[in-house]
Write a protein that binds this ligand. Structure first.
Ligand code: ATP
Ligand code: MG
Length: 393
């Protein structure tokens, strides 16, 4: 019996002329992600993707998990391939789903016949296989309306496939089809969720982290790299760009009014992110900002924060409340790492009373006392390249 994994493409199937390009990207993403699980053939046909092991030592459980995390996939099903003949299909259903058939209260067989040359209709195939399974499992009742187990049979050009209940895939669009973006990754809860959501819409990410050593520690940096590692399960290979933010924050601290420190620091983050974005051909900046969550996230503060850059700033968490963000963080596996108690550069330099509605005029005036271009040049020159980490196998 040939165990394989059958994937159903999601939204991308609707994309008309772009479909071929989407499919090519999806297959390339899946092949790359499957590399640690063994050698697989990955091919697409009729909005399905077939993942077939080349040898018996492929790790099918890990491959299944990899496929479930891949964006662009609606459902993921382990399936058995067999010859296109009803005896072979019946035998395969017994071997592959026998245990489930024995334990289910009721079942039905549902057939899809993509190969129209096959000499029986879908209904005839379902009846034939269903009848034989009903004889083989007399304690399991046939229920065509609301069965506890559906035995799926697919007749395709190259083979027949038998499978049970599909698992839900990650949805979204294949990473890369929407272009690239920098994702500002702090060690907090929100930014990894924002990065995940942006990747889900097909963006390939360049994570950027601002560190302020010695105020922020090696452990805080390690935490960000660990978060990137977790995100790489969904986003593919990630290389974190680390920017040294110490001198910028010390200078702001010395020269600007305290109530504006946060918003001015955030404007420096935006400018630095934009420079990195241009270097990598990115079309947007992603942040984990929310509306109304903290003083730096009022509408006015967000407007002033992004006023200094031309690239669009996308904030995928904007419509989520904290509980929903936490639920997503738990589901994608970043939460436990995010709550480790290491300092972030923003928390180290938090003013006692930040202005919740910083007027742009005041901010621009405060910035006239700073060598904005020079500070950025230094920070990006000293971007701790050696500590840039590559995540994803
Ligand atoms: P998070 O949980 O993502 O840290 P937050 O609610 O704590 O978000 P802030 O600390 O104000 O909010 O940060 C808002 C956003 O700014 C973050 O989501 C992140 O995108 C970006 N950001 C903040 N600090 C850093 C940093 N040190 N490096 C990179 N990006 C950062
Ligand atoms: Mg934070």
């Amino acid at each position: 019996m040939n165990d394989m994994i059958l994937l159903k493409q999601g939204e991308m199937a609707l994309k008309g002329l772009n479909r071929r390009a989407f499919e090519t990207r999806l297959i390339a993403n899946i092949k790359k992600a499957l590399a640690p699980c063994g050698e697989f053939d990955v091919s697409a046909m009729q909005s399905a993707v077939y993942v077939e092991p080349r040898s018996p030592d492929c790790d099918m459980d890990s491959a299944f998990a990899v496929c479930r995390a891949a964006f662009g996939i609606n459902t993921v099903t382990r399936a058995a391939a067999c010859e296109k003949d009803t005896d072979a299909i019946f035998d395969t259903a017994v071997r592959y789903l026998g245990e489930e058939l024995r334990n289910a209260e009721s079942f039905k067989v549902e057939t899809k016949r993509a190969d129209k040359r096959f000499p029986m209709t879908s209904v005839e195939i379902s009846r034939r296989i269903g009848g034989r399974l009903a004889e083989a499992y007399p304690l399991t009742r046939v229920d065509v309306h609301a069965p506890a187990l559906c035995v799926n049979v697919e007749i395709r050009d190259t083979a027949a496939y038998v499978h049970g209940k599909p698992a839900r895939g990650a949805g979204g669009l294949p990473v890369g089809v929407s272009g690239r973006a920098v994702a500002l990754l702090s060690g907090g809860i929100d930014s990894p969720v924002a990065a995940y959501m942006a990747a889900k819409r097909g963006l390939r990410l360049i994570p950027v982290h601002f560190a302020s050593p010695p105020y922020t520690s090696e452990l805080a940096l390690r935490k960000v790299f660990d978060l990137a590692d977790i995100l790489s399960l969904y986003c593919g290979r990630l290389t974190v760009e680390t920017v040294s933010f110490t001198r910028i924050q010390e200078t702001i601290g010395r020269k600007c009014p305290e109530g504006l420190h946060t918003v001015i620091a955030r404007r420096f983050m935006m400018r630095a992110a934009e420079r990195i974005a241009i270097r990598h051909g990115c079309g947007a900046i992603i942040t984990g900002e929310n509306l109304g969550q903290v003083a730096s996230q009022t509408l006015q503060a967000l407007t002033v924060t992004q006023e200094c850059v031309l690239l669009p700033v996308l904030r995928p968490c904007i419509g989520l409340d904290k509980r929903e963000i936490i639920e997503t963080a738990v589901a994608i596996g970043t939460y436990e790492t995010s709550i480790l108690p290491y300092e972030d550069c923003c928390t180290v330099f938090t003013p006692r009373r930040p202005r919740t509605k910083p007027p742009l005029r005041d901010v621009l005036e405060a910035e006239t006392g700073l060598d904005v271009g020079g500070l950025l040049d230094d920070a990006l020159d000293f971007a701790c390249r050696d500590s840039a980490v590559t995540s994803g196998k």
